[in-house]
Write a protein that binds this ligand. Sequence first.
Ligand SMILES: Nc1nc2c(c(=O)[nH]1)N[C@H]1C(S)=C(S)[C@@H](COP(=O)(O)O)O[C@H]1N2
Ligand SMILES: [Mo]
Length: 418
Amino acid sequence: MLQSINEFNRMSQRRRQFIKESLLASLAVSMGSNIVYGKNIPLGMDLIGLKEGEEFGFPGKSNLLTVLNDRPINMETPAHLLKDVQTPNDLFFVRNNGLPPKNIDPSKWVLSVSGESVSKKKSYSLSDLKSKFEQVSYNLTLECGGNGRKEFNPPAKGNQWGTGAVGCVKWTGIRLKDLLADVGVKSNAVYLGYYGADTHLSGAADKDPISRGVPIEKAMEDESMIAWAMNDKDLPLLNGYPLRLVFGGYPASCSGKWLQKIVLRDRVHDGQKMQGTAYRVPCAPVAPGAKVQDEDMCIIESMPVKSLITYPKTGATIQQGQRLPLSGQAWTSGLEIVKVEYSIDFGMHWRMANVSSSLNRYAWQQFSTEIQFPEPGYYEVWARATDSNGDTQPMLLPGWNPKGYLNNACHRIAVKVE
Ligand SMILES: Nc1nc2c(c(=O)[nH]1)N[C@H]1C(S)=C(S)[C@@H](COP(=O)(O)O)O[C@H]1N2
Ligand SMILES: [Mo]
């Protein structure tokens, strides 16, 4: 954008001034705001905000999120920012498969319901949904099936999620089952599929970026929702404004964003990303790197028990004799977390942390404790949650699978005692 320095220096002072001003004006447009001390910008220096411009360009999202990809937009939440019972909207992760819709007019938004197993096809406006059905709120944890993918070896293709493709918010909307009762579900219904208003990266209008769903039993659960609000505010655009599905405990890929169409199917839904290695894992364990036949792959349903240390961050340093406060989140699918333990000696001994009760089924629970270290040195703190079924987290990676799903290995942080 800047002329070369030599050329710039050859120009007259007045022309230089003019170019600088028009440059500033156009910079201000790209940044979306006036550059207050713009006239002091040294010649030839690039603005950080332009190089990492997305920091200003993701509406409703904090620039503290880690951007993994900007086409499609994928961003995760650093562990220490997931400390809240309800994740703030601007810190909630974003996982897009395509391009979000533009210029949404909520007053014109229509949700249609059709498919082989629907008794009566129907369409609803947002105000129909808000007025015809009972409004409900639930705290539901959403976790991308690929959260933790970056740890797998051999590596799995796809966004290299660390630990932050998860969050828990208060969702407000209606029960999916109330809407389904209104259209009538035939007895042959097997699956519910969704279609959103986002578009395929290629621009092709006849291709869906993603069209997944859930077994009909899951759709009928009390907490399975069509939501328009997160934490009492409109959904952020990137989280599916103005309407989305939310299924706690299932991989978040089931929770269709920008929801326009629901189909009740008399077979397993066959939309985009329901086949092959997408959101499927080997039905039985395989050796790392193995080739798995299509018929030996099973659709991921429940997400496994898991926990995350949100305080402190790796790198925390304390003085010998000080106690280290430790806290974090633990979640499981449909059950209660009954125990969170921690280890400071690479898993030889485990001690109990305190665990809060959950606000409702599928909401994550908070754990906390204080740790005493025996002597100065380097430590790793590991956390491990166990649910009411007795299921717990592996210390190392769980079963390898081609796309790196379902990594619920214990979260670890490094701490120094001086
Ligand atoms: N329409 C639509 N729905 C979607 C997606 C998408 O790309 N398009 N991504 C899915 C996946 S893979 C995940 S993990 C969650 C992410 O939800 P979030 O972006 O609100 O965190 O949305 C799901 N629903
Ligand atoms: Mo996902």
